[in-house]
Design a protein around this ligand. Sequence first.
Ligand code: SAH
Length: 403
Amino acid sequence: MSKPSAAPSIPTIKVSPRGAARLKDGHVWVYRSDIVSTDGVSPGSLVTVADHRGQILGSALYSSSSQIAIRLISHDPVADFPALLRQRITEAVAYREPIIRDTNAYRVIFSEADFLPGLIVDRYDDILSMQILTQAMDAEIVRETLISELTERLHPASIVERVDPRVRQLEDLPPRPSGLVQGEKISTIFAMNGVQFHFDALEGQKTGAFLDQRENYAAAVQYAHGEALDVFCYHGGFALHLAPRCTHVAGVDSSRLALEIAEQNAKLNHAQLIDGGKEIEWIEANAFDLLKDYAYSGQRYGTIVLDPPAFAKSKRDLDAALRGYKELNLRALKMLRPGGVLVTCSCSYHVSQPDFLGMLAAAALDAHRTLRLPEVRGQAKDHPILLNIPETAYLKCVIAVVN
Ligand code: SAH
């Protein structure tokens, strides 16, 4: 059997034995500290990766400034990078065909998990929202290929690029505004599980909505009852789903803008969902303060959802994050009636599922409540987890019935 050789004109980067071991273990990242030489390699290049003895490990995308210096894209030499991009996009679209149900909003491309590191594409009805996270994906030829292939596969009315200025800074890329890269449409209405949402491509957090919770909304509905409180409600994802099953629903968020859109979403669904003039109450507040006040004043609920922003942005934040989660969960548990349902989430990758369950167990003990967990869930199927890349598994959503 002949060994694969490097394609001509593609520079080679050597990695340390530790970097090579990481790739052999199935991860795709090599950190800067494990790079041995990058002589003459320009930012964002496609490179061949070799171990310190010169054995070729695959092809990767190089960043001259990120701590993640290379991201492997293939175990083989890559002669035609645009062709590989096209093939990966076709595969990502095909992967989703059998798993997308009851929605026209889903993640089309999830970076490493679709073997396209540094690229995220979400679909909202006929608008695609794209995020470019690395030097390599920012190259003009790459952008052109992405736009033409996405157009060919999905026929969107428009494609919008959402820019995270902090990411561009970390990648040493020049600033660039968010905006349309194709077409003119910037707003639409999308639907999931029969619930409708407004979408404005240039507003909001993430690429516009929290699509990773889509299946968790549907799961939560099966258990929800009584008076419900959706804490950290954003545009009302959980609250709108729970409304038909609950006697009263209140959504809490610190962002007035988010609540205004939540209110518009409630109007959009009035006819289908919220029978008998049932209104959702939207409360602008700091969730920590509000839960403390409500717990103190003896408020009781049948259902409470906790879906805070990521408390642990890095490993260093883990202890503080767990304290934050515990405080929220403890207060919520104290306010649930017997038989009540807690839907509790964490989107911090650095808080593992065992960490999160351990925190919940400690909160239950402190609250003197017994929890049964009918469901321990994660992110929706269009955000697949790649087994050897733990960073692709980040969302926890636990449904607990409280005695
Ligand atoms: N549950 C939502 C997503 C929540 S994202 C959904 O399914 O779509 C986290 C939300 O928490 C954001 O809307 C943010 O505005 C809000 N937030 C952040 N810190 C907060 C705080 N201290 N109190 C209340 N809301 C907060």
